[in-house]
Design a protein around this ligand. Structure first.
Ligand code: HEM
Length: 471
């Protein structure tokens, strides 16, 4: 670690944090907006695992990759920490579903919805996940076969299409007309991109207002809600038909639950909020994880062979069932390692509701935390050779077992990702099917793939791999 100037050091015998002065934060803010990870990593390498800085030179925040402090905020004293105003701002467009909600209302909704994500429901969605994966890969198999055995594909585009179809049909079952599905996905993408821009470049807000950009995106959000409201109403009408058998999907789960206190079903507005949040939270994260996994496998073909060999031994050519997944661990370890390398939720924020303390560190009310998962996942204190892709580190009996609080791709504490089991199953299945059908090869001559940390960690530009049909 670099020796700090006296003005930036914590005084002896106090627990004051190392502090990046406002002027230095401001200087770095331009580099930070352009390419955040190297700037954040450099800051932590220079100042230590936890540092006070000013986001964009303005907003005082504590940046940390300390697993103990992260656990303190997310789990041990979670009641004292709410989502920051950045996350809350998102609710203007996507409503108050679990991800953006807070306090007693969040807890009431979470208690209501949590049981709906039980193992059996996820198991019940396995067939649907496989069907959509096969449907999405079939044209690529045909294309590759007619082109002499291989075809190239833009990976992020493919994975985004695939995971959106999986979550949309897991929530709504409906066999969406292609145009409606694309409109739904397009609305979410456009709203999200605008929201991120308005946070990253707050100084553009007056300009956005002048150009009617807020009103325009409010209208998109209203269209989105109308679309979902229509799908929900259709289901309610279908359910009201005598002798109807409702599908066992996530919307039906939301329709069936009853509040413990008054026995009432969820009102329509909340149904829209919660189903929308599942679409938003449930596709880009998985799409990015699968995109990075494909990137890593293309660069480490030997790891793909390990998965293919295990699959051949366990399945002997048949498609895996949910019950087979525990015996197909190598695909899961590769997924886990990809999310260590490239955690889709690379940073999570919280704000302190009241004064608090962590190991002598005074945390005044209003302190904003940036919990830097990406930094923690690459910290050599917890990971041997952190820059290497080594799925076997997640295998039982690995030489250095994974320290649970150093691996947090799904967050932690009571707000742990509600879709974790769903996502892990989905990603394991997609990986298995992709590698059952194809060998993945890197297409030479592409520019280096840079990361773009927006709400999730995605590639700055899409990239291609060659999919070679397996014998
Ligand atoms: C690779 C895939 C995924 C990753 C890495 C991921 C990550 C996360 C993380 C880190 C959080 C906690 C955020 C915080 O504490 O501020 C979260 C929350 C959430 N996730 Fe996921 N997620 C994934 C997939 C999914 C899927 C598939 C669904 C839905 C089916 C989903 C639904 C949600 C919801 C509703 C929340 C809010 C939970 C609450 O606050 O009560 N996620 N996710």
């Amino acid at each position: 670690m670099i020796e700090l100037p006296a003005s930036e050091k914590a005084p002896a015998n106090t627990f004051r944090l190392p502090r990046l002065p406002r002027w230095r934060s401001l200087l770095r803010s331009f580099a930070l907006a352009k390419d955040p990870l190297p700037v954040l990593n450099d800051t932590l390498a220079r100042y230590g695992d936890t540092v006070e800085l000013f986001i964009g030179g303005v907003e005082k925040s504590i940046l940390t990759r300390d697993p103990g402090l992260i656990q303190h905020v997310l789990q041990k004293n979670n009641r004292n920490y709410a989502k920051s105003k950045f996350t809350q701002g998102f609710s203007r467009y996507i409503g108050h579903g679990l991800l953006t909600n807070d306090g007693p209302d969040w807890l009431r909704q979470r208690r209501l919805i949590q049981p709906g994500f039980h193992r059996q429901r996820v198991a019940g969605l396995t067939g649907l996940m496989q069907e959509i994966t096969a449907e999405t890969l079939a044209p690529l198999v045909a294309q590759a076969t007619s082109a002499g055995g291989a075809t190239t594909v833009a990976v992020h585009e493919l994975m985004t299409r695939l995971t959106f179809r999986i979550i949309a049909r897991s929530v709504f079952s409906t066999n969406f007309p292609e145009a409606e599905l694309d409109r739904l996905a397009g609305l979410i993408t456009e709203i999200q991109a605008f929201f991120v821009r308005s946070i990253r470049q707050p100084y553009l807000k007056p300009w956005f207002r002048l150009r009617g950009r807020f009103a325009y995106h409010d209208a998109l959000a209203a269209e989105l809600r109308t679309l979902l409201g229509g799908l929900i109403a259709q289901r309610q009408q279908a359910n009201a038909q005598p002798g109807s058998t409702p599908p066992d999907d996530l919307l039906q789960m939301l329709l069936d639950v009853r509040y413990e206190d008054n026995g009432e079903p969820m009102p329509t507005d909340r149904l829209i909020d919660e189903s929308l949040i599942l679409l938003v939270a449930g596709h880009e994260t998985s799409a990015n994880a699968l995109t990075w996994l494909t990137y890593l496998l293309a660069h480490h073909p030997a790891e793909a062979v390990v998965i293919q060999q295990e699959m051949a031994a366990v399945l002997a050519g048949r498609t895996p069932a949910f019950e087979d997944l525990p015996r197909l661990g190598t695909a899961l370890y590769a997924v886990q390692e990809a999310m260590r390398h490239y955690p889709p939720a690379w940073m999570v924020d919280r704000v302190a509701l009241a004064d608090d303390e962590y190991q002598g560190l005074r945390i005044p009310q209003g302190t904003l935390f940036s919990l830097y998962f990406h930094g923690l996942h690459h910290d050599p204190k917890y990971w041997a050779a952190p820059e290497e892709f080594r799925p076997s580190r997640f295998a039982p009996g690995a030489a250095r077992p994974v320290q649970a609080n150093a691996y947090v791709p799904f967050g932690g504490g009571p707000r742990l990702c509600i879709g974790m089991q769903f996502a892990l199953t989905e990603m394991q299945l997609v990986t298995l099917e992709l590698l059952r059908q194809f060998d993945i090869e890197w297409v030479a001559g592409q520019p280096p793939v840079a990361v773009q940390p927006l709400i999730t960690l995605r590639p700055k530009h899409d990239f291609q791999v060659r999919l070679r049909v397996r014998e």
